[in-house]
Write a protein that binds this ligand. Structure first.
Ligand SMILES: [Zn+2]
Length: 336
């Protein structure tokens, strides 16, 4: 069986012709397998959705209970048959519930990894390398310049800054799904047990993480109406990056603007956003982790979905692995 007979690229996304299903389709389809809850991968409006229970819960929280006509839970490691194709979900270590999807027929196995990372993350199950013929990988940070530092050291910078500026509010921008909860969990791991204030846009997902057993500690809404500006002096306030452009952010006392993102590696981006305290914390692999992962799995072919495809394709070729970009449309550069 040729690899492209099992999985191919279409306008709607990655498609398995014999199984007649899509993985993370960007348009409504009859049957979608979804790797994780980020909005460019998990969209509303499919007829049937197969995903991990956590991803299904995230989709319901974001889109409402009627996000799909039918839904089916995928248990990690359990083999499912879809039209004669074996499908297995494996942890991806990206956000709560994130999974790689392995598709197998007639001895050929292709793994669509969605988004993934290799570092320990207190909020999700670690990535598991799955032997395969074709490894489909993202390339968000696929340039040698991207080397993420230790996330715990980045969190210590935040805690140190709070100690240094007890009269200022630390406003931390963090993507609403995954990054925000990871920053909170890392703060708790670092021994920070004060109340952390959160923007309303984070409430439901933080509740969901807690329901799934991820301890986030004392949280409270960051609403200024109920008190004075001084209430947040010395506090950490988390909000989605989009909230920092609106009036909400201007209410806090002499804020220290922080932003938790892999993009903070690029100083110019931090400056453009007016970020005083950049925290390089990413839910994606850096260059070393991408190449290490491909080196560990050693697939016959690597297909690259979105990001900086060229450098990764070149690296594979130099290391004797056939590789090509998929040029998939519809996947945004995640705020990460
Ligand atoms: Zn993602």
């Amino acid at each position: 069986m040729r690899f492209t007979d099992l999985v191919c690229r279409t306008e709607k996304g990655i498609y398995c012709p014999p199984g007649d299903f899509y993985i993370d389709p960007v348009r409504p389809v009859a049957r979608a397998l979804v790797t994780h809850g980020h909005s460019d991968h998990a969209r509303a409006g499919h007829e049937a959705v197969l995903a991990t229970p956590e991803t299904l819960a995230i989709m319901a929280a974001r889109y409402g209970e009627d996000f799909a006509a039918t839904r089916q839970e995928a248990v990690l490691g359990e083999v499912l048959e879809i039209n004669g194709v074996s499908v297995t979900f494996h942890p991806a270590g990206h956000v709560l519930g994130s999974a790689q999807i392995a598709v197998e027929k007639a001895g050929t196995r292709i793994v669509a990894s969605g988004d993934y990372k290799r570092r320990a993350d207190p909020t999700c199950t670690p990535f598991e390398p799955v032997p395969c013929d074709v490894f489909i990988t993202e390339a968000t940070f696929a340039l040698p310049v991207f080397r993420h530092p230790d996330d715990r050291a980045e969190i210590r910078k935040l805690v140190a800054s709070v100690g240094q500026f007890p009269d200022r509010t630390h406003l931390v921008g963090a993507y609403a799904l995954g990054k925000a909860q990871r920053v909170i969990a890392l703060l708790r791991e670092a021994g920070y047990e004060e109340t952390i204030y959160i923007h309303g846009a984070l409430q439901r997902l933080c509740d969901l993480y807690e329901e799934e057993g991820i301890r986030l500690g004392p949280l409270a809404p960051a609403t200024v109406e109920k008190g004075g500006r001084k209430d947040f002096a010395g506090a950490i306030v988390l909000g989605p990056p989009s909230a920092f452009a609106d009036r909400w952010a201007r209410r806090f006392a002499d804020p220290v603007a922080a932003f938790a993102s892999g993009w903070m590696r690029i100083r110019q981006r931090a400056r453009q956003r007016g970020v005083e305290l950049p925290l390089i914390i990413s839910d994606h692999c850096d260059w070393d982790e991408l190449t290490r992962t491909i080196g560990e799995i050693r697939p016959a072919e690597v297909w690259v979905t979105h990001g900086r495809e060229e450098a990764l394709v070149r690296w594979c070729e130099l290391n004797g692995i056939a590789a090509r970009p998929l040029h998939l449309a519809g996947y945004e550069e995640e705020p990460d």
